[in-house]
Design a protein around this ligand. Structure first.
Ligand code: SF4
Ligand code: SF4
Length: 145
């Protein structure tokens, strides 16, 4: 099963996987469900970071990176499908992440059709983070009471 959102294909991905090292890629609930259905345990591939659920690294590499390849490529997280396009909330537009090895090769203007899907994705992550926070607070309150 794959998402139906438009995807960005990095032209360097056959010989570069820098963005799969020391990753902090946040996953949506939809990503987590899709990847769990492949048989991976949530605790194996995810960890919590500042309220977001992010990919876990093993020996500084994404849990899913094996021999330089993403073993869940067809089902990879939505954020991985957009990278190096990331959303700048202050500017309210996407930008090319300058941590990408070849960021200067990318011309943001040609990726405009991805603007709305990326924006939607980021706001969904923020909303899911807020829901998780509220649930945790409610659970803490129940334990206190
Ligand atoms: S899930 Fe795949 S594409 Fe995303 S960081 Fe991990 S190895 Fe890279
Ligand atoms: S670091 Fe940049 S150039 Fe390398 S695979 Fe990731 S997006 Fe492509």
């Amino acid at each position: 099963m794959t998402t139906t959102n438009p995807e960005f294909y990095c032209p360097h991905s056959e010989n570069c996987y820098e963005c799969c090292l020391e990753t902090e890629m946040p996953l949506s609930e939809k990503d987590i469900t899709r990847i769990s259905k492949l048989g991976f345990k949530i605790d194996e591939f995810l960890e919590e970071q500042d309220g977001f659920m992010v990919l876990r690294n093993i020996d500084s590499k994404c849990f899913f990176l094996k021999n330089g390849l993403c073993i869940i490529y067809e089902n990879r997280p939505e954020g991985c499908r957009y990278y190096p396009l990331i959303y700048d909330l202050e500017k309210d537009e996407f930008v090319i992440d300058n941590l990408c090895m070849h960021y200067q090769d990318f011309n943001p203007s040609i990726y405009q059709p991805l603007h709305d899907p990326i924006r939607y994705f980021i706001y969904m992550l923020l909303s899911e983070k807020e829901i998780r926070f509220r649930k945790t607070e409610e659970e803490k309150k129940k334990i206190k009471d």
